[in-house]
Write a protein that binds this ligand. Structure first.
Ligand code: TXA
Ligand code: MG
Length: 329
């Protein structure tokens, strides 16, 4: 693939108009969202979506999430049921993706040939404005090379995809820092979470007034999964990662000085870092997680020793899900 010149844009109205036109021409635009940065393409354009897979080095059997600016646009892409209406009303715009039976106008490349489509209305105003101005739904995977840590800043996107994509919009750091919760509503009687995120099973169960299950895939190898969010090795730094349920001060001291320690909370010193500073704070830890993993991966550390998030909150579970995948080889 020839190297492209990658340009970073401020989200001014003039730049958004220009980039909406680029989308209409079938070009890729990296865009901020409240979860992680996405790499957006005109979803109905058969020339555009293959470029997403090429730029990311992502296998085509992995379906894409389609992003819409207005919740009512869901009906043009998917067969909407009552559960979807309830969740869209309560949690959109926001970090929740709904999987539903697809309508015929959604191209096969977007759904990996499958009969369902994943749809999300992002809360980020820049993303939403780009969708509105482009006048089409945008297919957007996370804007990182396949299986690497997701990007939460424009610089992360440039680090991974510079030379492979033409346009990046810089909207500042992604607020949540973790990819959206994905809930499968194909059978509205059995709503099932396929990927953990900031919106919890408890919140979804409360809204739907029925139990929402979480798929726990015990995967041994990557070959057993087809969807990237369900691959065991995913979100992976290049350095070897070892996880610990708890890292005591004495355990930290025994770790060699050329290996890094990432505690959930606590003071930072020498080779010791922390996800959320001195005081435990799940939202801040999620916000910082991918930036910290990238920073440590780019440092001169030989190995990374990482403490799992404590407790049983939705954010702790979502953080630990990403860490377990980061540690998988
Ligand atoms: O927060 C997010 O969801 C971000 C932002 C950009 O919106 N996007 C994102 O996309 O994380 P990606 O492609 O990195 O992950 C999408 C996940 C994959 O695990 C894919 O398998 C799953 O969504 N997915 C997409 N379509 C699906 C479908 N029809 N059924 C089940 N899973 C689906
Ligand atoms: Mg991804």
């Amino acid at each position: 693939m020839p190297r492209l010149k990658t340009k970073i844009y401020r989200p001014t109205p003039a730049n958004l108009r220009r980039l909406a036109k680029a989308i209409q021409r079938g070009e890729l635009v990296a865009v901020p969202s409240e979860t992680v940065y996405g790499l957006a393409a005109n979803a109905p354009d058969p020339r555009a979506c293959p470029r997403l897979f090429n730029a990311k080095g992502r296998p085509t059997p992995d379906p894409l999430i389609v992003h819409i600016a207005k919740a009512k646009d869901l009906a043009s892409l998917a067969e909407v049921n009552a559960a979807a209406e309830i969740l869209a009303k309560k949690f959109w715009p926001g970090p929740l993706t709904l999987v539903l039976p697809k309508k015929n106008n959604v191209p096969a490349i977007v759904t990996a040939g499958g009969a369902s489509v994943a749809v999300r209305q992002p809360a980020n105003k820049i993303f939403s404005a780009l969708i509105t101005q482009a006048g089409c739904p945008l297919a957007a995977p996370s804007a990182n090379p396949f299986s690497y840590v997701s990007p939460t800043t424009a610089q992360h996107v440039l680090d991974g995809l510079g030379g492979k994509i033409p346009h990046i919009i810089d909207g500042g750091p992604a607020e949540v820092g973790l990819e959206s919760t994905i809930v499968d509503l194909r059978d509205p009687k059995k709503p099932t979470i396929l990927r953990l995120g900031a919106i919890s099973a408890t919140q979804l169960s409360k809204a739907l007034k029925q139990r929402v299950l979480v798929v726990h895939k015990k995967l041994k190898t990557n070959e057993q999964a087809i969807a990237p969010g369900t691959l065991l090795k995913h979100y992976s730094p290049k350095k070897p990662v070892t996880l610990y349920p708890k890292l005591s001060a004495s355990a930290c001291r025994r770790i060699p000085a050329n290996e890094a320690v990432l505690k959930f909370s606590g003071p930072e010193q020498e080779n010791q870092f922390s996800l959320c500073g001195k005081k435990a704070n799940g939202a801040l830890a999620a916000h910082n997680l991918f930036a910290q993993l990238r920073a440590l991966d780019h440092g001169s550390w030989k190995k990374l020793h990482i403490e799992l998030a404590p407790g049983s909150s939705a954010l702790a579970a979502a953080i630990n899900d990403r860490l377990q995948r980061a540690a998988a080889k």
